[in-house]
Design a protein around this ligand. Structure first.
Ligand SMILES: Cc1cc2nc3c(=O)[nH]c(=O)nc-3n(C[C@H](O)[C@H](O)[C@H](O)COP(=O)(O)OP(=O)(O)OC[C@H]3O[C@@H](n4cnc5c(N)ncnc54)[C@H](O)[C@@H]3O)c2cc1C
Length: 341
């Protein structure tokens, strides 16, 4: 039996661990090592909207491949009647752009349906919101709520024979007895790997009770995303800020901008403010490093982190790619290896 260690129990770690444990079956045992679990991961802050966002120079081919696999996964659960248990809902999103040079993103064509707004529709929206948008699109988006999805996936992982250990890993040397390590530590990979390209992108949101709010809307500064038990009002994207405290001025700005789109939110009841740090990186890293540990053992480490504002959106696709790298590592095929990050 080969032993695989997955570090991290955020949306990236749990999807990777489940994929390896279920697809490689009885030949492996996967153990998740993590110091935090849901509801205390970065994904638990997020609305879980399927939308590629803050991915910097990640190649578009990869974004398309990984996000499509996640979309198809959500669609299948939705069709199989598992959506509610997994925290998945299908909603119409309107995305508005205010810079003429920005293009309607190519990934909208992956969705079940999309419609680019014409000049009359944009003009009407601009009149209604006293705004200055130049483009927009509506598309069918899935929402995969991590606070429900993570326990759902964890249950499947345990049923498949996966093990879970709550522990902080301070160095890969601690996992020398394993055959392969999968590193899904999000922003904290900065400490574990000394990756200088990782930077926090702070996000603050509000969770409110607004049962009458059905429509999703997103524009450069603002979003309104209904979840099953609440509505997420956002948000901020503050680069290089490590501040996990709730900022009153951010909260006031979010509330005021969201009310412009949906005045009825004025009477919504605040559930809580939340802040999270997105793992921003010049590009998602999904590669195998062969590292020599202190005891002299050479171990393959599959790095899967740096998903910016899209960890939920890319999770299932990245888990499939990570599992393929683990398979390669187990048979000693290190095609994608790197000796250093
Ligand atoms: C406000 C906000 C809104 C967002 N909205 C969306 C959205 O709508 N859609 C979307 O797709 N994405 C969204 N995101 C981004 C998304 O949440 C992240 O990309 C995603 O959660 C990253 O997942 P992760 O598993 O890599 O990291 P994390 O969730 O941070 O998980 C890292 C895990 O590793 C563990 N860990 C780290 N270091 C160690 C160690 N040394 N030893 C042991 N365990 C360790 C931690 O305990 C944790 O369990 C949003 C983020 C924020 C902040």
């Amino acid at each position: 039996m080969r032993q695989i260690a997955v570090i991290g129990a955020g949306v990236i770690g749990v999807t990777s661990a489940l994929e390896v444990q279920t697809k490689l079956g009885k030949s492996v045992t996967v153990t998740i090592f993590s110091d935090r679990f849901s509801p205390n991961t970065t994904g638990d802050v997020s609305a879980g909207l399927w939308t590629p966002y803050i991915l910097q120079d990640t190649p578009m081919d990869n974004i398309i491949k990984w996000s499509k696999e996640t979309y198809d996964y959500a669609l299948k659960l939705w069709q199989d009647g598992e959506a509610e248990k997994a925290g998945i809902s299908l909603q119409v999103m309107t995305e508005l752009l205010d810079k003429p040079e920005e293009q309607i993103p190519e990934w909208v064509s992956l969705t079940l349906g999309h419609c680019i707004l014409d000049a009359n529709q944009i003009a009407a929206i601009n009149r209604k919101y006293r705004a200055n948008y130049c483009k927009g699109v509506t598309f069918t988006a899935f929402i995969l709520e991590p606070q429900r999805l993570l326990p759902f996936l964890m249950e499947q992982f345990k049923k498949a024979g996966g093990k879970i250990i709550q522990r902080k890993i301070n160095s890969f040397d601690e996992l020398s007895s394993y055959d392969v390590i999968v590193n899904c530590t999000g922003l904290e990979a900065k400490q574990l790997t000394d990756d200088k390209l990782l930077q926090p992108v702070r996000g603050q949101i509000m969770r409110v009770e607004a049962p009458g709010q059905f429509h999703c809307i997103m524009e450069p500064e603002t979003y309104i995303i209904p979840n099953m038990d609440c509505v997420i009002l956002g948000g901020t994207h503050q680069e290089n800020s490590w501040d996990l405290n709730v900022s009153k001025s951010d909260a006031d700005g979010i509330a005021q901008r969201c009310r412009q789109f949906s005045p009825s939110l004025e009477s919504s009841k605040l559930i809580k403010h939340m802040v999270g740090l997105r793992p921003g990186r010049s590009s998602v890293i999904l590669r195998t490093e062969i590292r020599t540990l202190r005891d002299g053992k050479r171990i393959p480490i599959v790095h899967n982190y740096g998903h910016g504002g899209s960890g939920v959106t890319l999770s299932i696709g990245c888990a499939t790619s990570a599992r393929k790298l683990v398979e390669d590592a187990l048979i000693g095929n290190f095609q994608n290896k790197i000796s250093k990050l």
